[in-house]
Design a protein around this ligand. Structure first.
Ligand SMILES: [Ca+2]
Ligand SMILES: [Ca+2]
Ligand SMILES: [Ca+2]
Length: 355
């Protein structure tokens, strides 16, 4: 008498060679394999779909042929089989509505043989969930559990969503400017998963996103879009990033006259542009000159009158629109003679005041 586990072992063995089977751990050569009937559905493939391992996704509106891989793991020739394909739509009815029913008949399968069957295409017109079942009935099949296979199919017509994450998340300078480089991380959302994300900087070449990247100083335009696994893609999303990490250029001059001392700051900032120049005596703010033309070489003048009769240090601080600042200082000594000549601050008197 053959036990069911022995039957399993023999079936497994007959699938491999029809000549060898395992019995209680011992491999035995068999001249006469046990005759079994076992046909099966091995796999369902939608050539135009995306299979994520648990579900097949198709693009909404697309038409896809339905391919079934069937086989015979028994030891008998099976002939005149019919394979049935049905699709239930769960788009409007959670119980499913039959929307597709096809069959291929007259199939013959030798022992060990596998066949690809191609059924007529079905167009997944609606977005939502479908169930596709293939069945290969055989009256005396000894393992009927593998004669049917169902896969769930997701029809996706929704464009994916590209998500942009910026570090720092909001401009850390003034007037909408970043005053540091920024790191951009892109991701995407789609029911069927994201295949690719593309971006471009300043209208340049489109670049396939592979990981976070750094955007450096400049007035940047930025576009990105995502493509999902079935080929839906979104409309390009435009962004702008204004990054200025460099303090303005500044020169400071002192001109001593009979009744006044004039301080002249010459400033320039070609990234965010100039905002203002402040003049300080020691820790006290004396005067703020707003720069109305942000670009090009600009001049800010502060006149101190009458001339002081003590030694003072005047500092000029130039702020760009992003909030970066640079300062220069220059001494006035009470014994300075009114020459009317302009004297510059020396490079040693230059310092950046970083935010
Ligand atoms: Ca079977
Ligand atoms: Ca999608
Ligand atoms: Ca700047």
């Amino acid at each position: 008498m053959i036990t069911s586990s022995a039957t399993q072992s023999m079936k497994q063995a007959s699938r491999n060679t029809n000549r060898i089977y395992e019995n209680d751990g011992v491999w035995i050569h068999s001249a006469q394999p046990v005759s079994v009937h076992d046909v099966y559905v091995k796999q369902i493939v939608l050539p135009n779909g995306y299979d994520n391992g648990s579900m097949i996704f198709v693009k909404q509106g697309s038409s896809s042929p339905i391919v079934g891989i069937i086989g015979n793991s028994g030891s008998s020739m099976e002939s005149n089989l019919t394979c049935y394909a049905t699709i239930l739509s769960y788009v409007e009815d959670p119980n499913g509505i039959l929307v597709y029913q096809e069959n291929i008949s007259g199939i013959g399968l030798s022992p060990g043989e596998e066949l690809n069957l191609t059924f007529p295409s079905y167009q997944f017109a609606d977005e939502g969930l479908y169930g596709l079942t293939l069945s290969l009935p055989l009256g005396d099949d000894e393992e009927p559990g593998n004669n049917n296979m169902t896969v769930m199919i997701g029809s996706d017509g929704t464009p994916p969503l590209c998500i942009i994450a910026v570090d720092p998340p909001t401009p850390n300078g003034n007037n909408g400017w970043y005053d540091t480089n920024i790191t951009i991380t892109l991701s995407g959302i789609s029911g069927c998963g994201i295949k690719e994300i593309w971006y471009r900087i300043d209208g340049g070449e489109w670049i396939l996103y592979t990981g976070p990247f750094i955007l450096t100083e400049g007035n940047h335009s930025f576009d990105c879009y995502a493509v999902d696994n079935v080929g839906n893609y979104e409309t390009t999303k435009p962004w702008t990033f204004h990054i200025d990490t460099t303090p303005s250029a500044i020169q400071l001059w002192k001109t001593v006259r009979l009744t006044s001392v004039t301080y002249t700051a010459i400033v320039q900032d070609e990234i965010s542009g100039m905002d203002r120049v402040e003049f300080w005596i020691g820790p006290y703010l004396q005067n703020t000159e707003t720069i109305t033309e942000p670009y090009g070489t600009q001049t800010a003048v502060w006149t101190l009158s009458p001339i002081p009769n003590i030694n003072i240090t005047v500092t000029a601080i130039a702020y760009d629109l992003a909030g970066n600042s640079a300062s220069l200082w220059i001494d006035f000594l009470a014994q300075d003679l009114p020459s009317g000549q302009s004297q510059p601050a020396t490079p040693q008197q230059y310092e950046f005041v970083m935010r």
